[in-house]
Design a protein around this ligand. Structure first.
Ligand code: FAD
Length: 464
């Protein structure tokens, strides 16, 4: 065999879990190597969060250009050059992945190109086209992420797309069918609708975006409807017939079989963890029946020197959750007492307008036995929202009745994704309604809506 290379910490996978763990472990004095079989940055930077948001931004700018006339801006013949839009998306991705490479090198993390496979609890083999090399590690962090689930009857192909395919089309589809109205399907459906594609979303459940409150999703659905997006709920996708330049999708609604034709069908029905082909069984690492790796509050598996973070462990499959777990695991390996606390993981859906939530919703708080007090304040009563022409939406704050402790926040409206951080901090810091209401917010800003929602909850709003 080959001569093993020794490191303190071996990180497998370079997504927002892996690269953050590698950097933090290096900062804390470890000799770190990171293995990546594909592109640095993982799903998030290459085929997930970042390219989808680039495309969504193009769609929003395109719509804004078309709708600028009431601000007195006359834009004639607004056209979309889809291949330029895709180049723009590529340039954003390349800048960020280049940035990650620079950060890893700057922190003296060794970058290894290849696919890692665990031999035992202290060694892994990394293979690429021309070599195989064994690494001996004191600790390892598994951050191999997830991949799209395939459903029966819809094998991925040129016209049956997963999210990766939908983010690398060469031509703008005239018609697109999206199977699955979760946040990925809805975001991409919304983006393509903004770009001018005729979109139909087939959702198996009773509604799209089930993780968010009904009052909030109602506003997003109104926006989608305005763009002529058709949403079919309780639709069971049955199969697809693929022709040269189109697909015919068969689905069933309330016992009735229907078909719909489109250029492409995009399947976004969930993602499964990449835990099946990396030798974990041999090492004896415990997993759930869904193939997720079981870990403790420091990200440690049942094999005490091996950790796991991000999409391969329980919890929402989100980049910021992966990065958070990454820091905790890297610190735990370095002997610090860090532990995860999931009290405030934000979730965002980048539709138009955006949806965002953190902590508990009103219903969740009640289910957990809290006596709840909530306040809601509309965008339409905020000066900045009016100036922006973004009057659709509201902010809701949820607190414990006895003392006003902030338990959660929900936002639907422009810039919800950025505003939700204010609630994350409030929850982390144990702030109350009074604290939020008496924090001086700059005027005129959308942040004032959060302040006023707290005043509503306290029963003394100024502008309502
Ligand atoms: P990943 O990012 O999946 O990275 C894992 C890496 O490990 C990959 O690069 C893979 O090649 C590598 N790897 C796997 N096996 C091996 C091996 N054996 N050897 C070497 N390397 C290996 N999340 C958000 O928070 N916000 C969003 O807006 C958002 N938008 C999304 C949009 C889309 C279309 C998709 C698909 C996902 C989106 N997500 C979003 C989810 C987010 O991308 C994931 O939660 C996140 O990437 C998980 O990070 P991770 O580090 O666990 O794994």
């Amino acid at each position: 065999g080959d001569f093993p290379i020794e490191v303190d910490t071996l990180v497998v996978g370079s997504g927002p879990g892996g690269y953050v763990a590698a950097i933090r472990a290096a900062q804390l004095g470890q000799k770190v190597a990171i293995v990546e079989k594909d592109e640095l940055g993982g799903v998030c930077l290459n085929v997930g969060c970042i390219p989808s948001k680039a495309l969504i931004s193009v769609g929003e700018r395109f719509v804004q250009a078309q709708e600028a006339d009431d601000m007195g801006i006359e834009v004639k013949d607004v056209k979309l050059d889809f291949s330029q839009a895709m180049k723009y998306k590529e340039s954003v991705v390349n800048r960020l992945t280049g940035g990650v490479e620079g950060l890893l090198k700057g922190n003296k993390v060794e970058i290894i190109k290849g696919e890692a496979y665990f031999n035992d609890a202290n060694t892994a083999r990394v293979m690429n086209e021309d070599s195989a090399q064994t690494y001996k590690f004191k600790n390892a962090i598994i951050a191999t992420g997830s991949r799209p689930v395939e459903i029966p009857g819809f094998a991925y192909s040129k016209r049956v797309l997963n999210s990766t395919g939908a983010l690398s089309l060469e031509k703008l589809p005239k018609k697109l069918v999206v199977i699955g109205g979760g946040y990925i399907g809805t975001e991409l459906g919304s983006a393509y609708a903004n770009l001018g594609t005729e979109v139909t979303i087939l959702e198996g459940g009773k509604d799209i975006l089930l993780g968010f409150e009904k009052q909030m999703t109602a506003i997003v659905k109104k926006g989608l409807k305005k763009k002529d997006v058709e949403i079919v709920t309780e639709a069971l996708a049955k199969g697809v017939e693929e022709k040269d330049d189109e697909v015919k999708v068969t689905y069933e609604v309330k016992g009735e079989e229907k078909t719909i034709e489109a250029d492409y069908v995009l399947v976004t029905v969930g993602r499964r963890p990449n835990t099946d082909e990396i030798g974990l069984e041999g090492v004896g690492i415990e997993m759930t029946d869904r193939g997720l790796i079981k870990v403790d509050k420091q990200g440690r598996t049942n094999v005490p020197n091996i950790y796991a973070i991000g999409d391969v462990v329980e919890g929402p499959q989100l980049a910021h959750k992966a990065s958070y777990e990454a820091k905790v695991a890297a610190e735990a390996i370095s002997g610090e007492k860090s532990e995860v606390d999931y009290i405030a993981i934000p979730a965002v859906c980048f539709t138009s307008p955006e949806l965002a939530t953190v902590g508990l919703s009103e219903d969740q708080a009640k289910e957990e036995g809290y006596e709840v007090i909530a306040g809601k304040f509309p965008y339409a009563a905020n000066g900045r929202a009016l100036a922006l022409g973004a009057t659709e939406g509201f902010v809701k704050i949820v607190a414990r009745k006895e003392d006003g402790l902030i338990l959660g926040g929900q936002i639907v409206g422009a810039n919800a994704s950025d505003m939700i951080s204010e609630f994350g901090i409030a929850i982390e810091a144990g702030m109350t309604l009074e604290d939020m209401a008496m924090t001086i917010h700059a005027h005129p800003t959308l942040g004032e809506i959060a302040m006023e929602a707290a005043e509503v909850a306290l029963g003394k709003p100024i502008h309502m």
